[in-house]
Design a protein around this ligand. Structure first.
Ligand SMILES: Cc1ncc(COP(=O)(O)O)c(C=O)c1O
Length: 432
């Protein structure tokens, strides 16, 4: 009935998430409010982990891409579920370590890590640093020498695979700010350099071909391309790739008409491709790493807003304003991302009209969606935007000095705050 398994309807016709009444949650914790279903997050994490066990003999790791949703509690949950973590900044690294996440299970990504971030990663013995370019490689080698350590690295490669997704989130092609290009020979040159620099131990290669991808073939093609590079490096540089990191990017259902293959099928196809290709190319089977973010948390979250002004412009459209917007969910403004919405207090009421949902920022582009089918809304009702668990809280800003909403985690119908709502004092706390 809904885009996510986390959702249901109770006898009051109220939307439920993780068994809790969404209208009650909005009343108790205020709006805007992010709500996450913990069981669905855990189920998704286990599905990915289980698929590596079943299809790849357990020779691999699933690292949750914390950029999708980063707070201490999600790090604890991922650790409990046996996942590793992908971080992309000193802030994400700090959060993971502060939550007690083991440093050796962390991959540190980023196209422009600072000296301080690299030094911190070295100091804390982060599991792998995923090196993005020559400059970083040399810098890391120098820092590792100064620290008297040898650091395990992977190299980010642009495999030139076109993923079927929005162009802003394609990252595997040559015109991308991330990684070493394959076509130009830069990737092989990068491997040569990594092998020549002191205090670096090149463990494997990484690629991330994009996000919100439904086509399993995009990943199998990328895997073959990466193994081709590994075979070339083996014959020309006598280097054996121990680890193949295929990144994340698995699509989720934002709209009823979306559908994706079970994540299990992805691992089955990729495992078969890697096995066959390694045999053909006479390569040892690498340890596989995948880095799902959106697909673990996206469908598990909703955002609740209170409806304020409803402005009908005859013959044009009706604007329905809510008490949040681009500051808590910039994805429509960034990529015109589509979401399904409903009135949390009349979850199954017929959708008789179409409304443009506007945020409260001083920006015409501050919309959450255009022409959204809804029952005729009333001021004060709770609007639920569905499938907002990924890249919403983590992309939130304080534009217009709006405090960031709280995040509530629900399990077995019981809710707990995992990120408290910001106050005006929080927002102004760094002003001097
Ligand atoms: C290196 C890397 N790994 C994993 C991810 C997670 O992608 P997704 O949330 O689409 O699974 C990203 C997203 O940008 C990424 O850049």
């Amino acid at each position: 009935m809904f885009v996510s398994d986390a959702l249901g309807v109770n006898e009051l016709d109220h939307l439920t998430i993780g068994g809790a009444d969404a209208v009650e949650l909005a009343g108790t914790y205020g709006t805007p409010l992010y709500v996450m279903d913990e069981d669905l997050i855990r189920k998704n994490a286990r599905a990915f982990r289980g698929s590596v066990e079943r299809h790849y003999g357990g020779k691999g790791h699933v690292a949750f891409a914390s950029k999708a949703f980063c707070c201490k509690e999600i790090c604890r949950i991922m650790q409990e579920e046996g996942l590793w973590l992908d971080v992309v900044s000193g802030g994400e690294l700090y959060t993971a370590l502060a939550a007690g996440f083991p440093a050796e299970h962390i991959f540190f990504h980023g196209n422009n890590k600072s000296v301080e971030e690299l030094a911190e990663a070295l100091d804390k013995n982060v599991g792998r640093i995923v090196v993005d370019h020559f400059f970083e490689m040399e810098l890391l080698s120098q820092l590792a020498q100064a620290a008297g350590k040898t650091v395990d690295i992977q190299m980010r490669i642009k495999p030139g695979v076109e993923a079927h997704t929005h162009k802003f989130i394609q990252t595997g092609q040559i015109d991308s700010k991330f990684g070493f290009a394959l076509e130009t020979g830069e990737a092989l040159e990068g491997i040569r350099t990594a092998l020549s620099l002191p205090n670096l131990r090149l463990r494997g290669l990484h690629c991330h071909i994009g996000s919100q991808i439904f086509e399993i073939t995009s990943f199998t093609v990328a895997a073959r391309v990466m193994l081709g590079l590994a075979a070339q490096a083996k014959s020309e540089l006598d280097w054996t790739m121990e680890e193949l990191n295929l990144g994340g990017g698995f699509g989720i259902k934002y709209l009823t008409e979306h559908s994706h293959a079970p994540y299990e099928d992805f691992m089955e196809a990729v495992s078969r491709t890697i096995g066959d290709t390694c045999r053909q190319m006479n390569l040892p089977l690498p340890c596989i790493i995948i880095e799902p973010g959106r697909s673990i948390v996206g469908s598990a979250g909703i955002t609740l807003y209170q409806i304020g002004a409803i402005k009908e412009i005859p013959g044009i459209r009706t604007y329905l304003s809510v008490d949040g917007g681009m500051a808590d969910n910039p994805r429509y403004a960034l990529y015109q991302s589509e979401y399904e919405m409903l009135l949390a207090g009349r979850a199954t009421a017929p959708k008789t009209g179409a409304y443009t949902v506007a945020g409260r920022c001083c920006e015409s582009g501050d919309l959450l969606g255009k022409e959204i089918p809804l029952p005729k809304p009333r001021v004060g009702e709770v609007l639920a935007v569905l499938a907002t668990g990924a890249y919403n809280y983590s992309m939130a800003s304080n534009y217009n000095r709006l405090p960031k909403p709280a995040v509530v985690m629900v399990r077995d119908g019981k809710a707990r705050v995992v990120v408290r709502r910001e106050t005006y004092e929080d927002v102004a706390s760094h002003d001097v």
